[in-house]
Design a protein around this ligand. Sequence first.
Ligand SMILES: Cc1ncc(COP(=O)(O)O)c(C=O)c1O
Length: 371
Amino acid sequence: MKVPFYDSTREYRARKAEFDAAVQGVMSRGDFILGGEVAEFEKEAAAWLGAKHAIAVASGSDALVIASDILGFRDGAEVLTPTFTFFASTSCVARLGGKPVLVDMDEETLDMDVAQAAAKVTDKTKGIIPVHLFLQPTPMQAVMDLARKHGLKVLEDAAEAWGMKSLVDGAWLKSGTIGDIGIYSFFPTKTLGAYGDAGLMTTDDDGLAKKIRSYRVHGSSVKYQHDYIGYNSRLDTLQAAILRVKLRTTDESIDARARHAKRYTERLSGIPGLRIPKVRSDAREVYYVYNILVPNRDGLAARLKEKEIGWSIYYPKPLHLQKCFEYLGHKEGDFPVAEKISKEILALPMYPELTEEEIDYVCDEIKVFYQ
Ligand SMILES: Cc1ncc(COP(=O)(O)O)c(C=O)c1O
């Protein structure tokens, strides 16, 4: 048996008529740039998320740069951000001349260590970027309390967090709708994935929403009148049409991921040394990624590869050890938890179309390896 780490073609085959009709609709109307499907998708996404405004852009990475620019995470401003995350969560600040102030993580839950972030606040701290990784959000009550105490702006990197929820001030809120601006990625592997690059930004603030809309078209709200030095970052209408098809069944997809995660967890229990991240009680998880933490991770990865089982390592090198961030002055040993996790973590195949037989096969091979 061969189990790919990710396979978009299963979904396409199952719903070919819907996807083909969506794409052909755009082709026949020819409204490729900010066409009707983009506006419709924005409305539907805002409603699903419970956000006042949703503005679609070209990618999650672009969304992070635009949000950092608008929130003032630039020109020497310090911004708290985890060292264990995807590059774009931090490069957005660095690219604009801001200073990423890196923070270690919790070993059990894999979230940013918010207490350590609090200890790093200075009079130059402008904001915080909580990144909701893999399966659950960063503890958002603690993030919001810290932000309110010091007047920090909060940019939620919810690129991986479609559908996750946090308990904040007594209410369950979807990830990305809690801070000043939230961003999402619809990279194909994501819980809601496009068939190419795509991203979204949300905010409840009318002024920020207006600015984001302008920033995505060169800082212009009236053609050829430029109020800001903005960007060119618009969601492709074809991708919006595809995302609308997928949004119709996004709840079912999330449920399928939860069923798969439960099966993995049951089948993998009792393997000596293997652990899975803990879900906190103030979080509602969505399994974008199903990770295990294991001894001899690279040995296991090699064995799974031999057996044609796909896997991925998110992330093999924390950001403080990346060459481009040498100027921040960190060295090995500065963030011991992130360094340890980067050597133990392994992501297994996780997508709605995965079958029970495939999950059982993956688990059996892992068991054999550790016997
Ligand atoms: C945590 C995180 N932030 C940002 C991004 C960037 O999103 P994109 O790939 O859409 O640019 C990703 C995903 O790829 C991500 O996982």
